[in-house]
Write a protein that binds this ligand. Structure first.
Ligand code: URA
Length: 189
């Protein structure tokens, strides 16, 4: 695996490790600060992300941005990536074999970034990275220590668009994130 960001990004953008490569418009590698102490990990690109080549730029992404702003966090100071880098057809959940094929890219990104905090955005990322039996509706907002990294799963903004009554619960997760950043991060606002 390449050990610099630029080489990693170039290699990832040429990936054909699973069937998702056939239908993609673009690989959605990830965006944000390569100095970030906080890494957000979603599930996979949707239509807008596939077209723009950037994570969380569609409706769910706009809600994510609003929630970050609401707790005083600057999207450009965090790093955002996904479990799979290519859009699953009709936005279906990425298959376990697609997640496994893509995971080495995310692991390499995580190694380069060395974040203090990882936020799993939604059930798929939470189950893959934190706890295979994660019950997102019950366990979102809880902190888990994994090695040197603190991890939390939060409700996916796409789920919040479908169930707006869950927004206050998700907002609490973002407030807890803000407090944790103040406690343990050195250069994240
Ligand atoms: N949903 C995700 O999980 N990731 C994106 O990049 C966009 C929507």
């Amino acid at each position: 695996m390449p050990e610099s960001w630029d080489e990693l990004e170039a290699a990832c953008k040429a990936c054909t490790a699973c069937g998702l490569a056939e239908k993609r418009t673009q690989v959605v590698f990830g965006t944000g600060s390569r100095e970030a102490e906080v890494l957000f990990i979603g599930e996979g690109p949707g239509q807008q992300e596939d077209l723009k080549g950037e994570p969380f730029v569609g409706r769910a992404g706009q809600l994510l941005d609003k929630m970050l702003v609401a707790v005083g966090l600057d999207r450009s100071k965090i790093y955002i990536a996904n479990i799979v880098k290519c859009r699953p057809p009709q936005n279906r959940d990425p298959l376990p074999e697609e997640q496994d094929a893509c995971l080495p890219w995310l692991r390499a990104q995580t190694k380069l970034l060395a974040p203090k905090i990882i936020i799993c955005v939604g059930r798929i990322a939470g189950m893959k990275l934190m706890k295979p039996d994660l019950k997102i509706t019950r366990e979102h907002g809880q902190w888990f220590q994994r090695g040197h990294v603190l991890m939390m799963a939060t409700l996916h903004p796409a789920a919040l668009l479908r169930n707006p009554n869950q927004k206050p619960e998700a907002f609490k997760d973002f407030l807890a994130l803000r407090d944790k950043i103040k406690e343990i991060c050195t250069h994240t606002p």
